[in-house]
Design a protein around this ligand. Structure first.
Ligand code: PAF
Length: 276
């Protein structure tokens, strides 16, 4: 695997690389990221990953400074997964001067769910991802469904800005007890880690209730929210939404997803489940 820290170096290495499949990350890789790298091979002759902890997408009171940085072990995992090129710029490369041009997602996406809890987050994500796409020029990009709203924002950006990129949403990888893998799981104490699978269990309970005919979505959401509260969580939202745009479902003929974010101790966990 070749490691590139500058834009010029990466671009010259990719000049004759053929079709590129790209998976952007913020590092601290786990099996979820590695599964993106493994799937990438079927979408391109050349697999590129990036590691960049993007300050723009963190709020002023969020965990940018303490976000886990594990570069050496990340590189080993990427090599083992067969990645061809890693782009790992530092801030002075991606933001040599303070960024003044931004990609701002549609308000309908930016103001709901994660957007409401984390103002400016998706603008930071969309801006860095647009920069990375311009630098790497991939034919396909692989992103996890775990960050469901992020996937939607990036998909819409690519479509509306006519970027010639296929966006592939990949299934969430879970621990044996159901907890969705996330770099932030490392913040959980041993006790919180045993409690953490409850979030996914509540999503499964909602999916099951809908499957057997329940249609009072507001009551399903509030029952799950209350259940988490009673077990020491601080839920931000548990919401049954249309998969297409994460807005409220209007009738029974729409494919749905239940999305959730909740804090356990000081760690904010995110999960979702597509309702089939
Ligand atoms: O999902 C992530 O790790 C980040 O939001 C991304 C897409 C790499 C942009 O910084």
């Amino acid at each position: 695997m070749q490691i590139h820290t500058t834009v010029d170096d990466l671009r010259s290495a990719l000049r004759r690389a053929g079709k590129v499949a790209f998976a952007p990350t913020m590092g601290n890789l786990h099996a979820g990221h590695i599964s993106l790298m493994q799937q990438a091979r079927q979408y391109g002759e050349c697999v590129v990953a990036s590691i960049f902890v993007n300050r723009l997408q963190f709020g002023p009171r969020e965990d940018f400074d303490k976000y886990p940085r594990t570069f050496e072990t990340d590189c080993q995992q990427l090599r083992d997964a067969g990645v061809d090129h890693l782009f790992a710029p530092d801030e002075s490369v991606l933001y040599p001067t303070p960024q003044q041009y931004f990609v701002t997602p549609a308000d309908a996406q930016d103001s709901i769910l994660e957007g409401a809890s984390r103002p400016g987050h998706f603008r930071g994500v969309a801006t860095v991802v647009a920069k990375l796409f311009n630098i790497v020029q991939p034919a396909a990009v692989l992103l996890g469904k775990k960050d469901y709203q992020q996937l939607m924002v990036i998909r819409n950006m690519v479509r509306e800005l006519n970027m010639p990129i296929e966006i592939i949403g990949c299934e969430t990888i879970r621990a044996a007890d159901g907890l969705a893998l996330s770099s932030r799981n490392g913040y959980l104490s041993a006790q919180a880690r045993t409690e953490a699978p409850r979030l996914y269990q509540q999503l499964q309970a909602i999916a099951h209730a809908i499957d057997i005919g329940q249609r009072d979505y507001a009551s399903l959401e509030s029952t799950a929210t209350e259940h988490l509260r009673q077990h020491g969580w601080q839920p931000d939202y548990i919401a049954i939404r249309r998969r297409s745009d994460l807005l409220l479902p209007i009738d029974d003929h729409q494919t749905l997803v239940v999305v959730a974010a909740a804090k356990l101790e000081n760690t904010r966990l995110l999960d979702n489940l597509e309702i089939v």
